[in-house]
Design a protein around this ligand. Structure first.
Ligand code: ADP
Length: 458
């Protein structure tokens, strides 16, 4: 039973055979309990009728009379008072009969051989052509009582019917078998295709052609399978993209570190030049360090580890963030406006702190000296709302949809001047999403940007 195909066929055949056996046993039981007594009564009535017809009109000998009736589909066994016996009609296949039963009929009793015929679960006895399987009635002839045993000649009465039923049964089984053979192919075929598709996916080939038009479970399975392979393909593409971005991000600071370290070896450099190159090297290595820290953060967030959710006031946390970044905005002479109402929030304070930090640092970095940053926090019926607004350089419309993508930087040249990795907003977005919240941006080049975070009530 190696393939599903063979398995289904074997199981179906086993079910068909088992059903046939059970059906036969149950029908046989029904025959034994309900039909056999009825049959006994029917044949008893026929025997009595034959007896009364003969007794009322006996102008021919009893054997001749019985022979003519036997032609209508019966068989008889006639026993005279002195024990002489004669079979009329087709012979019985077994002539076994208790002498006492014969004697009882000769004494005037009725013998119910059909009703009392023994039965076994898989033998009906209905067609058993035995002398014991008859009805015996006493019949008067010339003042003496004879014993007349009667049973229908089933071969004559139902011979064709038996053949008809046997042919019907054999053909039913044969055709069912053929149909099972053919239909199973149709059932198994899509599963085979799915199996091949799985192999292809395992080998890294995601371009699958699956029949997803079927509406049944197999069709839905194929559909889901296709979706899964598409999603795997996207994940694989993203992974490759991610790896190449990471390598690129690592490669560029490394190249500049290598270049400047080589330059520093030049003994003709002034102290000032040397110090300048060392500052660049330090800056680049800090950028790499930030990059690796941010990558680590992203990996942790991707694995959605258990968050430490507590209820606290986000307004207080925003004040702390502004304090922590104070030297940055003061250095750039940026005005800070804070409009903070109590904003209770349920979340992981460490993660959310990181998100607010990324938004604020961006606002400070992309706002020219003399600009203003407004931090607004409040609570409405949907939840907590945190808004970070700046009067900075703004973002072009075409960049907005890509802004939260990993490694996306609007101005690549400019971002090299700062510790810029293009990961800050994607980290912020991921954190907000882990809190089932949303982050939106509204911006106009030259006027400023507004980042709005909504975190729903728990
Ligand atoms: P980065 O480390 O480059 O700041 P982010 O993911 O934080 O990475 O930001 C992605 C890009 O979005 C930045 O390179 C910048 O061009 C743009 N950006 C982010 N915040 C602002 C802002 N407040 N004003 C203007 N541009 C912004």
């Amino acid at each position: 039973m190696r393939t599903l195909y063979v398995r289904i066929i074997v199981i179906t055949m086993a079910i068909m055979i088992a059903s046939a056996i059970i059906a036969f046993a149950v029908t046989n039981m029904y025959y034994q309990v309900y039909l056999k007594p009825e049959n006994d009564q029917k044949v008893t009535q026929i025997a009595k009728n034959i007896e009364s017809i003969y007794e009322g009109n006996n102008n021919q000998s009893l054997p001749a009379f019985l022979t003519s009736i036997a032609d209508l589909g019966y068989k008889f066994h006639l026993v005279s008072p002195n024990g002489e016996a004669k079979t009329l009609g087709e012979p019985f296949s077994s002539m076994k009969m208790e002498q006492s039963d014969i004697q009882a009929v000769l004494n005037g009793d009725i013998y119910h051989g059909i009703g009392n015929y023994p039965w076994k679960p898989f033998v009906t006895g209905y067609f058993d052509n035995h002398l014991e399987n008859t009805i015996g009635v006493p019949i008067e002839l010339n003042g003496s009582t004879y014993a007349l045993f009667v049973r229908p000649d089933s071969m004559q009465q139902f011979g064709e019917m038996r053949i008809f039923l046997a042919v019907l049964l054999i053909l039913t089984l044969l055709f069912s078998f053929l149909m099972v053979l053919i239909s199973t192919r149709f059932v198994v075929k899509p599963i085979k295709k799915l199996k091949e598709a799985t192999k292809k996916i395992a080998a890294g080939n995601y371009h699958l052609k699956l029949d997803v038009r079927r509406n049944d479970e197999i069709g839905r399975l194929a559909n889901d399978f296709k979706k899964m392979s598409d999603s795997l393909e996207r994940t694989e593409e993203k992974r490759q993209e991610f790896v190449s971005s990471v390598s690129h991000e690592i490669q560029s600071p490394l190249t500049s570190i290598q270049g400047f370290s080589r330059t520093i070896r030049d003994e003709n450099l002034t102290e000032e030049e040397r110090s300048h190159y060392l500052t660049i090297i330090e800056k680049e290595s800090r950028r790499m360090s930030l990059l690796s820290k941010q990558l680590l953060t992203l990996t942790t967030l991707d694995h959605e580890k258990e968050m430490e959710m507590i209820r606290y006031d986000a307004a207080d946390q925003l004040k702390e963030v502004m304090l922590a970044t104070e030297w940055q905005w003061q250095e750039k002479d940026i005005a800070i406006e804070m409009d903070l109402s109590p904003t209770p929030i349920t979340g992981d304070p460490n993660l959310l702190q990181q998100a607010w930090m990324n938004l604020t640092e961006n606002a400070i970095h992309y706002t020219e000296a003399g600009g203003t940053i407004t931090i607004h926090a409040f609570r409405d019926k949907t939840g907590a709302q945190i808004v970070v607004e700046d009067t900075g350089i703004g973002i072009a419309k075409k960049d907005l949809p890509l802004l939260f993508d990993r490694f996306y930087k609007v101005d690549k040249a400019r971002s090299r001047t700062r510790n810029s990795t293009g990961l800050g907003l994607s980290i912020a977005k991921k954190i907000i999403e882990l809190h089932r919240g949303t982050i939106m941006v509204d911006s106009e080049p030259g006027k400023g940007s507004t980042f709005t975070v909504s975190i729903p009530n728990e």
